[in-house]
Design a protein around this ligand. Structure first.
Ligand code: ZN
Length: 130
């Protein structure tokens, strides 16, 4: 079953917790057990799983990605957003999730995040449940 989420980001760089929207999609799908692929079809955004309990964790991740990959450097890409492409490559564009008894089988502190690195934009997240 193919589904899609639209996520409007509000800053150049941010993490958006998309766990609630994905839980809603999963509930509508009525899938009970199986697998789910989450795929973001962009080159300057990513998806990742990390802690959704303490928001400082995602703030720290964003801050340290900025230190690792600065906005300005000796990049060749003329569009001026090479840092965003590199950060997206580091985190990746897809996730594979386990569905058990109608819920994502995540760890207690895990949440699913869209990572925006060149916003604000409207991003598409493709979801395949089987
Ligand atoms: Zn670019």
């Amino acid at each position: 079953m193919h589904l899609e989420l639209e996520v409007k980001t509000t800053a150049r760089e941010q993490f958006v917790n998309i766990t609630p929207q994905l839980n809603e999609l999963l509930a509508k799908s009525e899938a009970k057990d199986g697998c789910c692929t989450v795929f973001v079809s962009h080159t300057t955004a990513a998806v990742t799983i990390n802690e959704d309990n303490d928001p400082d964790v995602m703030e720290d991740l964003l801050r340290h990605l900025k230190i690792l990959v600065p906005l300005k450097n000796d990049y060749r890409h003329r569009e001026g957003n090479s840092d965003a492409h590199i950060k997206a490559a580091l985190l990746g564009c897809s996730l594979h999730l386990i569905i058990r008894s109608g819920s994502f089988d995540l760890g207690t502190w895990q949440g699913i995040f869209l990572a925006e690195f060149d916003g604000p934009r409207t991003r598409k997240v493709k979801v395949w449940i089987d």
